[in-house]
Design a protein around this ligand. Sequence first.
Ligand code: IMP
Length: 177
Amino acid sequence: MSSQPEPHILFRREEIEATVKRLAAEIKQDYQGKHPLLLGILKGSFMFMADLIRLLNFPLEVEFIRLSSYRGSRESSGRIKVVQGLRSPVKGRDVLVIEDIVDTGLTISFLLDYLWKRKPASLKLCALTDKPSRRQVPVTINYLGVTVPNKFIVGYGIDWDEQFRNLPDICVLEAKD
Ligand code: IMP
């Protein structure tokens, strides 16, 4: 890839909106009356979280956790650390993890293990996008938005080296030439 990659639309904002609505309807059915803790993984999930929770009309709490994995490169190092931890206790809570993209699965597997050790009442995963062709460890995604091809995606909160998070569509990053 050249030093000036360009984003090309893969999922338009209207498709994202419809996907978020569908996911919200599925989540509503399962969590109404449960007062869940929605736990977003920073930074990529912030836009998805903001849109999703506005469609959930029941009491819930929002938390974020920050993990280190990619560090600006395109490949997962596999060495994952919590760099900004949880402020709310997880024990006994119905926890729903909100992720932007599941790629190799290493990040989310690490987080799910980390959370299970803290004894939640239930633990589920909602991922806006999934790149199953890259999976290295099995992951169960309870609420899945869309499947994406084996390309680097950006936009709607998802970055490449901190760029392109502000794009309203989900795009594939491609070389200019
Ligand atoms: P995994 O550990 O390989 O599953 O990677 C998960 C994390 O890597 C995501 O939360 C993203 O931050 C990042 N990531 C994986 N694939 C992409 C991509 O195509 N674009 C941007 N970030 C990605």
